[in-house]
Design a protein around this ligand. Structure first.
Ligand SMILES: [Fe+2]
Length: 228
């Protein structure tokens, strides 16, 4: 098991973040409060062998292997703090679902361009053995450049591989696209539900790869479909 005190000490020296162990999923406002104060809440339990590939509730492996390394990057660390601050505003506007989609498609399942090629930075991809290959190499999923307005209107699946991945140019790109945005205005323009299906490709998209969606068309994980 990781030594949380030592992790926090080393992370603090790099970016001023620390890790706080939590026993389960915590309420949204507590989660945002921790992030806004540069503390990452990490699960202190570990998954069992039967859900080695993916679990919906974040365990210590997901959090410490997936999220914590990203917090050593100063720009990414600032993005995470800004996300925590943005949470309260989303709660006031009753638009948590939209902000949740942004977290999902960046922090959990985001891809970033490095040397001209998409790489994984999302913790949800990095903490399982299968999705990294699917996200980067499969012809099935869409790979689309991140557009914050569009992503916050896009539905997502929590129990299967993603039909669509959103790609950023860099962490600075991610930070500027979000921190410099007028979220009050955006929340007023957003409906209560999602506008776009998680498989959709729309006119404004800057598409890197238009997926065949064959994995999901075959029924995905529940049907026993094998990712291609
Ligand atoms: Fe996570």
């Amino acid at each position: 098991m990781p030594d949380f005190a030592r992790l926090s000490q080393e992370l603090d020296a790099l970016t001023g973040w620390s890790v706080v162990p939590v026993p389960m999923l915590i309420p949204d406002h507590v989660f945002f409060w921790h992030l806004a104060n540069r503390r990452f809440p990490a699960g202190n339990f570990i998954r069992t062998r039967d859900c080695l590939d993916y679990i919906e509730e974040p365990d210590v492996f997901h959090d410490v292997f997936g999220h914590v390394p990203m917090l050593t990057d100063p720009t990414y660390a600032d993005y995470m703090q800004a996300y925590g601050r943005a949470g309260w505003k989303a709660m006031r506007h009753n638009r948590l679902k939209a902000l949740g989609a942004l977290y999902w498609y960046t922090v959990e399942f985001g891809l970033v361009i490095e040397d001209g090629t998409p790489k994984v930075y999302g913790a949800g991809i990095a903490s399982g053995p299968r999705e990294a290959v699917f996200a980067l190499e499969s012809r099935s999923p869409n790979r689309i450049m991140l557009n914050v307005d569009r992503v916050m209107r896009t539905d997502y699946v929590i129990d299967d591989l993603q039909p669509t991945y959103f790609v950023i140019e860099s962490f600075a790109d991610l930070y500027h696209q979000t921190v410099e945005r007028d979220f009050d205005r955006l929340y007023r323009a957003l409906g209560p539900g999602f506008t776009y299906a998680n498989t959709a490709v729309i006119d404004v998209d800057d598409v890197l790869h238009r997926g065949t969606l064959e994995y999901h068309l075959r029924g995905g994980r529940r049907s026993g479909a094998v990712p291609v």
